[in-house]
Each structure stands twice: as structure tokens, then as C-alpha cells.
Write a protein that binds this ligand. Structure first.
Ligand SMILES: *Cc1c(COP(=O)(O)O)cnc(C)c1O
Length: 245
């Protein structure tokens, strides 16, 4: 686990300010853009420090790592977002412990999440992951398949379909970044025209959240710019690659 960044508060303030500037630059209210602080690989102490700076939504990628932190922080009113790849043997733990799941891309997984959502909790808030860049190596539903997938998800009783999520190909060119985010925005508009009304566009990370906001992001997922670099990122990814069913 990486240590707490001493400048966590300054980082959070800087990100909130950049979100506000990016929103106002395109005539949007800063409050329209939710910030999910991505805390994977960082410990409960870092999350508690961010919480005390007023950050209440956190994103985690790995179930077991997340559960340790959820347990340690259960007295705090944290909104937990699951943003990692979803293994079907982890759906019960995810459904029982998280408020939101981004990255839903298979109906079987969605059905399992719905079936496992405990009755005393509000419906699980869902974003469909879309492979907006059309990359062969990336996860996500193809844009052309998204409407049918969304209709299927909308029938599941314990899920509440909120929006679309994407991780476009990394690039430094803002024009290219905006092209992909704009495509996700247009896909959401297309679904609305077909009767599926969604209120969430989960897009934008440390390197590109301003471009995402310019294209209508309502939720940005920012890790590195808040908590610092993840030294153990590569090993954490390797340990979670090739999920076993
Ligand atoms: C790790 C991660 C993020 C945060 O990425 P940063 O570049 O550290 O801001 C956002 N979304 C997802 C799905 C992630 O896995």
C-alpha cells in the first residue's frame, strides 16, 4: 500500500477547482459533475484522510482489497463505487457492499448482481461499459449492441440503470479525447430517443477528465491526481488479470 500523500488536501482542492473551471467553460454547473476518488492500491488511512477533506465517493477495482477497506471504514458514510472488471464469482460480494457498479458489460453478470442485491439496500446503481474506441483488446459492449443490452438490464428488478461508462484509448491529444467522449454522449442521446433515459455519463480520469466534462461527463473517476502515482499498479493489475469464472 502506498503511503498517504501529505498534499492530499491540496490535490483534492486542485481537482475540484479544475472540475469547476472545466464545467463553467462549457456553461455547465460544477455541481453537475460528481467526483469519484479512485483509491485502489491506497489504504484505508488515505481514504479516511480524503473523507475528512469532504470527499465521500470512492472507487475501487479489486473486491478483496476493497472489502478490507470497507470493513475498516464502516463507520464513515462513504458511497462505494466498484469500477474494476467483474468476476462472476464476486458478484455477491459486490452486490452486498457497493452502491454503484460501473463497467457492467455482460447480461449474466448483471443478472447475478440483481439476484444478489440484498433486499434492505437500495437498488444497485449501474453503468454499462461501452467499448467506445472499438478497440479489440478493451472490455465493454459495442456501441451498436448497447440499446438491446440496456433494455435487458432495465428489466432486472434490483438494478437501477443510470448511465454509460467508458475508458477510451489513452491519448494526449484533446481533440481525440473529446471525439471518444462525444461519441459516448451521442450514444446516450440515441438511447434517450429510443426510450432509455439515463442521467449518468461516467467518463474521464486524471489524464482526460476536462475533455470528458466538455463532452458532458456527469461523473469523473480520478485516482492519480488525488492520491499520487500507484507504485504497485502493475503488480495489482497482473494479480487480477484473466479472471477465473
Ligand atoms: C484506475 C482507474 C481510474 C483512475 O485512473 P487515474 O488515471 O489514476 O485517475 C478511473 N477509472 C477506472 C475504471 C480505473 O480503473
Amino acid at each position: 500500500m502506498a503511503t498517504i500523500e501529505t498534499n492530499l488536501q491540496a490535490n483534492l482542492q486542485a481537482i475540484r477547482r479544475r472540475i469547476a473551471v472545466a464545467a463553467q467553460a462549457c456553461g455547465r454547473e460544477p455541481a453537475e459533475v460528481a467526483l469519484v476518488a479512485v483509491s485502489k492500491t491506497f489504504g484505508a488511512d488515505a481514504i479516511a484522510a480524503a473523507y475528512s477533506c469532504g470527499q465521500h465517493a470512492f472507487g475501487e477495482n479489486y473486491v478483496q482489497e476493497a472489502l478490507d477497506k470497507l470493513t475498516a471504514l464502516q463507520t464513515l458514510r462513504i458511497e462505494w463505487h466498484f469500477i474494476g472488471p467483474i468476476q462472476s464469482n464476486k458478484t455477491r460480494l459486490i452486490a452486498g457492499n457497493f452502491a454503484w457498479v460501473h463497467g457492467v458489460e455482460r447480461l449474466k453478470i448483471a443478472e447475478r448482481l440483481s439476484a444478489a442485491r440484498p433486499p434492505h439496500l437500495a437498488p444497485l446503481q449501474i453503468c454499462i461499459e461501452v467499448n467506445i474506441g472499438g478497440e479489440g483488446s478493451k472490455s465493454g459492449v459495442a456501441p451498436v449492441d448497447t440499446l438491446a443490452f440496456a433494455r435487458a438490464i432495465a428489466t432486472l428488478p434490483r438494478l437501477q440503470l443510470r448511465g454509460l461508462m467508458a475508458i477510451p484509448p489513452a491519448c494526449e491529444d484533446v481533440v481525440q479525447q473529446r471525439r471518444h467522449f462525444g461519441a459516448l454522449r451521442e450514444l446516450k442521446a440515441q438511447l434517450a430517443a429510443d426510450g432509455i433515459k439515463l442521467d449518468t455519463l461516467s467518463m474521464g480520469m486524471s489524464a482526460d477528465f476536462e475533455a470528458a466534462i466538455a463532452e458532458g461527463a456527469t461523473l469523473v473517476r480520478v485516482g492519480t491526481s488525488i492520491f499520487g502515482a500507484r507504485p504497485d499498479h502493475a503488480s495489482a493489475r497482473a494479480a487480477n488479470a484473466n479472471p477465473l469464472e
